[in-house]
Ligand binder design. Structure first.
Ligand code: ATP
Ligand code: AMP
Ligand code: MG
Length: 204
């Protein structure tokens, strides 16, 4: 087992509602215009699909309320399946994984990127998307789906969770030697964040 996949692996993390999916999709458009081949997967989609097939839950936000051992099993399955589904990517391609470095489960804070997961995913980069707690609250108010997923209610609680999530990303990066850029997704500036993300990816 090598240290890296033949293609480049970039994990995108950030607290719910910060704009991971938005920035990642914008980056994809820009990369395609430059002829760069990119595959984007959502880790939560893989976990949710497996959980739904097992008739465990019917909504993706119920994932983090399942018994922790069940979540752990689904998490491992998702990581393995993502790599299996990406075997056709060549050395100039990127696999982008939209996920979380920290999950607020019913059992407590829980890493989205524990060693057994990052050993499978072998990321070259773990990009942390951040924004001010005030901007995150605004986004959350506009998006009902995302609003439901929050346990952090006050600005201080959001800030605290963002700091824990950033530290979790740095810790995961340390174990596999991944770069950990922090990309600020300012209000109305999602294009800039996407350009910065792509530029960091091209440096790998
Ligand atoms: P989750 O972890 O729940 O999947 P996410 O981090 O993927 O959330 P998005 O779904 O990308 O977040 O974005 C949340 C909301 O914020 C969306 O309504 C999106 O349009 C909006 N948004 C994202 N980036 C910006 C930005 N820079 N300025 C203003 N609104 C933004
Ligand atoms: P998302 O749509 O990205 O917010 O993901 C939906 C749900 O999937 C999250 O709320 C988590 O419960 C779960 N999830 C996503 N990524 C991970 C991960 N790396 N490890 C464990 N659970 C995850
Ligand atoms: Mg998302």
């Amino acid at each position: 087992m090598g240290l890296r996949e033949k293609f480049k692996v970039v994990i995108i993390v950030g607290v719910p509602g910060v704009g991971k999916t938005t920035v990642t999709k914008l980056m994809l458009e820009k990369a395609r215009n430059e002829g760069i081949n990119i595959k984007i997967v959502n880790f939560g989609d893989y976990m949710f699909k497996a959980a739904k097939n097992m008739k465990l839950i019917s909504h993706r936000d119920e994932l983090r309320k399942l018994p922790l051992r069940t979540q752990c099993k689904l998490q491992l399955e998702a990581a393995k399946r993502i790599v299996e589904d990406s075997e056709k990517l060549d050395k100039d391609s990127f696999l982008i994984i939209d996920t979380h470095s920290l999950i607020h489960t019913v059992s407590g804070y829980w890493s989205g990127l524990p060693l057994h997961v990052i050993e499978i995913l072998k990321p070259d980069m773990i990009a942390v998307i951040e924004a001010s707690p005030e901007d995150i609250v605004k986004r959350r108010m506009r998006d009902r789906e995302i609003r439901m997923r929050w346990d952090e209610r006050t600005l201080d609680e959001i800030k605290f969770f963002m700091e824990l999530a950033r530290n979790s990303a740095l810790t995961a990066g340390m174990f596999v030697g991944a770069a950990v850029p922090i990309i600020i997704n300012k209000e109305g500036k999602q294009e800039e964040a996407a350009i910065e993300l792509l530029s960091k990816m091209k440096s790998l």
